[in-house]
Design a protein around this ligand. Structure first.
Ligand code: NAD
Ligand code: TDX
Length: 341
């Protein structure tokens, strides 16, 4: 029987590392290739025991450089069928407001390079992992459907929208087998502490101010990262070629409610909350209608927020050394000497 290789891009980041943990657990026969540039957001420490597996290979490289992408495909055992799960991206909205160019290079150019090389190397399927932010902002009512027109607000979401369209075009023009997923806000272990939930946990733990943008009433639909990863595996194995699937937790909270929940769980005072200047172009509300993936592929979230948020808080407290190293940038200096650059 033909063996299976899965090339995961961005596997040293938040969702990518959680995905590799899941794949190692539930598809132990698959050869896993983790292809990652190890930017500020990539950290091999996130991989834990996955790194010691015989059928795991790490390749350091940039998705926007064809020669690097070729090396990643070379790491897939000869004769194996190759599935691509493309997660590598510049992922933080606030950074994209400071400078959009790295977002275009990695998210747009990088996705086209990945598509070109994957097609030339005969990859069987290309799963493109994207975001609900491509749909723009909702008012108080309604949900994002797969058919909702794209209307991105930030350089980040515009670059993700561009990447989604390039993936769809590869299907229509070249008949390439692709699946696109658009997911809501994730939370859980190994998330870089620039994002709302880990930032607030870390600051509250250290009695530092908790910066809440605007009036704190922007709404996000939160999904535990393990649920997202399970949805990605289902979409990879069962999704229909050329289709888009929305993934979400049906779990809407205004930011201020999350911040207060974190403070309450940690036993810290609300006086730590500091309202600050709003994010420019700040989308008011995201909410996903995940009926399609539920009805077609049988996926549903398993973790409830009331259970998984405390688990997440506990994880960050138990991994305060990881958090300290990530916040200090010490791990980047270490990997620069290990892998160069
Ligand atoms: P992350 O920032 O934690 O990780 C991104 C990873 O990509 C890092 O390991 C980084 O080193 C790597 N990377 C960046 N540029 C690269 C390049 N040029 N070449 C190779 N590797 C590169 O991001 P995340 O939160 O894990 O998001 C992963 C994917 O999921 C992204 O495509 C993002 O758009 C999407 N997504 C994220 C969320 C969320 O809530 N975090 C929700 C929906 C979709
Ligand atoms: O300090 C903060 N204060 C604050 O009020 C930060 C970092 C955020 N916020 C607000 C802005 C958003 O309304 O919290 C909300 C969540 O912010 P982020 O964690 O930056 O996430 P968001 O902008 O919603 O985007 C996230 O979800 C979709 C991920 O970063 C994206 O990669 C993903 O595509």
């Amino acid at each position: 029987m033909t063996s299976t290789s899965v090339l995961v891009t961005g596997g040293a980041g938040f969702i990518g590392s959680n995905l590799l943990h899941l794949l190692a657990e539930v598809r132990p026969d698959w050869h896993l290739v983790n292809f990652d540039a190890l930017t500020y957001a990539g950290n091999l420490e996130n991989l834990g025991a996955v790194e010691g597996r015989p059928n795991y290979t790490f390749v350091k490289g940039d998705v926007a450089k064809p020669e690097d992408v070729e090396r990643a495909f070379d790491a897939c055992p000869a004769g194996s069928r190759i599935l691509v799960m493309h997660l590598a991206a510049e992922s933080h909205v606030d950074r994209s407001i400071q400078s959009g160019q790295p977002f275009v290079m990695t998210n747009v150019v990088g996705t086209q390079v990945m598509l070109d090389v994957a097609r030339a190397r005969g990859a069987e399927r290309f799963l493109h992992v994207s975001t609900d932010e491509v749909y723009g902002s909702l008012g108080a009512e309604g949900f994002f459907l797969e058919t909702t027109p794209y209307d991105p607000s930030s350089p980040y979401s515009a670059s993700k929208a561009g990447s989604d369209l390039l993936v769809r075009a590869a299907h229509r023009t070249h008949g390439f087998d692709v699946v696109v997923t658009n997911c809501s806000n994730n939370y859980g272990p190994y998330q870089f502490p620039e994002k709302l939930i880990p930032l607030m946990i870390a600051n509250a733990h250290e009695d530092k101010a908790l910066p809440v943008y605007g009036d704190g009433m922007n709404v996000r639909d939160w999904l535990y990262v393990r649920d997202h990863c399970e949805a990605l595996l289902v979409a990879l194995e069962k999704g229909r070629s050329g289709e888009t699937y929305n993934i979400g937790g049906n779990n809407e909270y205004p930011n201020i409610a999350i911040v207060k929940l974190i403070l309450e769980t940690l036993g810290k005072p609300e006086s730590l909350i500091q309202y600050v200047k709003d994010r420019p172009g700040h989308d008011r509300r995201y909410a996903i209608d995940a009926t399609k993936i539920k009805n077609e592929l049988g996926w549903e979230p398993r973790f409830r927020f009331e259970q998984a948020l405390p688990l997440t808080i506990e994880w960050y407290l138990a991994n305060s050394e990881w958090l300290g190293r990530v916040r200090s940038g010490a791990y980047r200096d270490y990997y620069a000497t290990q892998y160069g650059g």
